[in-house]
Design a protein around this ligand. Sequence first.
Ligand SMILES: *[C@@H]1O[C@H](CO)[C@@H](O)[C@H](O)[C@H]1NC(C)=O
Length: 397
Amino acid sequence: MLSYKQILVYVSLFLRVALAATGGPQLRNVMYLTGQHPIVPPAPQVSSVTHVILAFMRSATFNDANPNEWPLFTTVNATRDKFAPGTKIMIAIGGWGDTQGFADAARTAQTRTLFAENIARMVSATGADGVDIDWEYPGGNGADYKTTPNPTKAWEIPAYPLLLSTIRSALPAPKLISAAVPGLPRDMLAFTPHTLPSLLPSLSFLNIMTYDLMNRRDAVTAHHTGVQSSLRALDAYHAAGVPYEDMNLGFAFYVKWFETAVDGGCDVQAIGCRAALMEDPATGEDLGRAGAFAWHDEVPGQLDASFTRAMGYGVYDEEGGGQYFWDGEEGVWWSWDTPEAILRKFPAVVERRGVGGVFAWGLGEDGDGWVHLDALNEGVEGWRKRRENEGGERDEL
Ligand SMILES: *[C@@H]1O[C@H](CO)[C@@H](O)[C@H](O)[C@H]1NC(C)=O
């Protein structure tokens, strides 16, 4: 029999060897699994996934005095069975448009404590390995930005770090807390050099949403998940005090389309030409002139011909870094990542900046072809190998 002390020696030896072999802490490969596309490919295709984040539970659930149900599209246990042993299964709270529950939670010390304790109860009841806080966004620029102006939400900016630290205090140490955070500097109202130092101690990592970087609020065409715009996002967080290794770079398993303006100059220069008016300037409501759909989805009928042209004639912009096509016949700008574009982001963004991981929205969105997932996995595997070799070289010195 091994003594307790011997076991400790073996464990620490194993950890040292494992860390040396990987050249440092394990690189994160995070997959959101969504209620819209709750599909998981066969096990070999997710063997390199380190974290799965189930999206979403509603934020308001955690403001109830005594909730006893935790509505979600699946369970943690059922999800665990579909991934490699040791994969962390987390639960995302919130999502686009679900801000009121967070605002109610953040108000006072009492409401923050209730919210945090309910999260701890949920984590314990479901067996999750942690939570991902998707408040989009503290301080404003969310779905209701026209009807509820940002100044009315200014108080949320100092309240957000307090809410996160209350959740951190309520959750036992091994449980993880991450946050999904905006990819456009204009939306980083609560992510500043002033707030980030008080946010970081509560967070295991930040999922930087480096997609939808062109959206219906924009007036000119741009890559929605481009290399240069992704670098700008990461660098903005870094400049505000976030170490690159605390960041995950976001990948989108869907395609975006936008109508362009008549005589918008797109025939001359498709990147940076004028888009159509895509939302109501007074209400912020969608005018139906832009959208997105997952690789798993059926192509909306009215876009079928244009989408086929985009897939056939799309090109890669070496400068901004992104696949695109402007359909002159119908006046539609298309922006997406091909498998090749995903692979290019490893040297161009992930390894150049030395981020700690990647994530995708979302796993099932890439069914049933899984070619974007395969590319992301290939990128992660190559990155891990290069890190391993670097680790080996360092040891030999
Ligand atoms: C999940 O599975 C574990 C191990 O089988 C079991 O102990 C636990 O009760 C399950 N949790 C739930 C919420 O069903």
